[in-house]
Write a protein that binds this ligand. Structure first.
Ligand SMILES: *Cc1c(COP(=O)(O)O)cnc(C)c1O
Length: 428
């Protein structure tokens, strides 16, 4: 270039006044847009961009949204997919969440104008869902619930815990480390494969704060095994905390090995704990249900304030409990006949074959349980192109093939998946 490229570069305020960028600022914020303007000016100064096209440069570089989290269509067949944020919320829960984004009466009684108790409506929805529960408390996640309940019952004392249930829940988070970090001493009983009621009874002493019973939600123990149930443990006369993991409210015949709140409380657990974003299909939260006095004691603990959930969670959870059937429940119980029909239609549209494919509950529970279903089989290399497609489609790779499983795809998105496959095959 013959001329000095620095000449004619428009000033920042002049660029930002362009109506197209005013609109972008409304969406993305002043500093994000200004940063891109300054970067474009810097490129122009070095002669790398046309000074007259700064706005166009910025528009081309604008992100779509103020968040970098991107929508992913879950074509893995794994319902509660940890890497995809576990449970997808129901439409009703999403609507509740959006509404709660503004000012809401979360701690106000509109009738009297007085301060109201936080979380009452959600606790009442939980009590209605589990009639055997006197009360309920909602905290950040099940790990928090476990810390809170165990601390409330055994701070400075012992929790009795079977060696067969000292679980790592994932990403190197180990429940025994979590509990030990609170200063509660762990009194291990039994062995990896077998623990009996006598093992627990022998460990009881003046230092016993509570017994902890943890569901093996991500692994199975088979063969020569034995464990003491909640009813037996409750008979020992010490508070029993039961960590259910998955959050089933009542028994589900399809998931016979998953514990549920109703049965566990009826068996005599003092409090039962679970995640809200696994099989319950709600937002991330930890649920603590139990007798009224037990929950009151947990709620009074100072740590409870540090673990309380926000209005968004309360709203989404209430809508999950009171609203229509949640996606997780639909996907776990998807009808194989309908899955086959949809998969055949998709396969025909993209010119691929249908194979049998087992879905999974996933990180949410029921380890090893296969949910019968189908998938469109593609060559393995398609998976990466589907992943980087917009919207992203996450398939499952199995034995050198890319399997597209519609179990966790809402029917309405079948065509989107078809389009993504067509695009991916064309790009290959
Ligand atoms: C998933 C799980 C947890 C942890 O739940 P978060 O809600 O992720 O904190 C704890 N215990 C069991 C048995 C689990 O399955």
């Amino acid at each position: 270039m013959a001329e000095d490229p620095r000449r004619g570069i428009p000033r920042t305020d002049a660029v930002l006044a362009d109506p197209r960028l005013v609109a972008a600022i409304a969406n993305l914020g002043q500093s994000a847009v200004k940063g891109l303007v300054n970067a474009a000016q810097a490129r122009a100064r070095r002669g790398l961009a046309d000074p007259l096209l700064i706005v166009e440069e910025v528009l081309a570089a604008l992100p779509e949204k103020a968040t970098t989290l991107r929508r992913v269509i879950n074509a893995t067949g794994v319902v509660v997919h940890t890497n995809l944020g576990r449970a997808p919320l129901s439409e009703a829960a999403i609507a509740a969440l959006v509404e709660a984004g503004g000012y809401v009466d979360v701690e106000l009684d509109l009738a009297t104008g007085r301060r109201g108790k936080r979380g009452l409506a959600t606790a009442s929805a939980l009590r209605d869902a589990v009639p055997g529960a006197g009360d309920a408390l909602v905290v950040n996640n099940a790990a928090a619930a476990l810390v809170l309940a165990t601390t409330a019952y055994a701070a400075g004392r012992e929790v009795i815990w079977s060696r067969g249930e000292l679980v790592e829940i994932g990403d190197r988070f180990r429940l025994p480390d979590l509990i030990a970090s609170t200063g509660v001493r762990i009194r291990e009983v039994g062995t990896t494969n077998r623990s009996s009621i006598d093992d627990y009874a022998a460990a009881l002493g003046p230092d016993t704060g509570c017994i902890l019973k943890v569901h093996r939600s991500n692994f199975r123990v088979e063969g020569f095994t034995a464990e003491a149930g909640v009813a037996e443990l409750a008979g020992l006369g010490v508070p029993v905390i039961a960590d259910l993991g998955s959050g089933l409210l009542r028994p589900d015949p399809l998931l016979p090995d998953e514990p549920d709140f109703a049965t566990t409380l009826a068996a005599g657990a003092t409090v039962a704990i679970a995640s809200a974003d696994k099989l319950l299909g709600g937002p991330q939260a930890g649920l603590i249900l139990g007798q009224t006095e037990a929950i009151a004691m947990v709620r009074r603990h100072p740590l409870a304030r540090a673990m309380r959930v926000d209005k968004l969670t309360l709203a989404a959870l209430e809508a999950t409990l009171r609203g229509p059937r949640v996606p997780v429940d639909q996907y776990v119980h998807a009808d194989p006949g309908q899955l086959r029909e949809r998969t055949e239609r998709l396969a025909a549209a993209v010119g691929a074959e249908v194979v049998e494919s087992s879905g999974r509950v996933g990180g949410g529970g029921a380890p090893g349980l296969e949910l019968p279903g189908f998938a469109v089989a593609l060559s393995e290399s398609v998976a990466a192109r589907l992943r980087t497609h917009r919207p992203a489609v996450l398939a499952r790779i199995e034995r050198g093939r890319c399997l597209v499983d519609l179990r966790c795809v809402p029917d309405a998105d079948d065509d989107l998946v078809g389009q993504a496959i067509t695009d991916a095959l064309r790009a290959g």
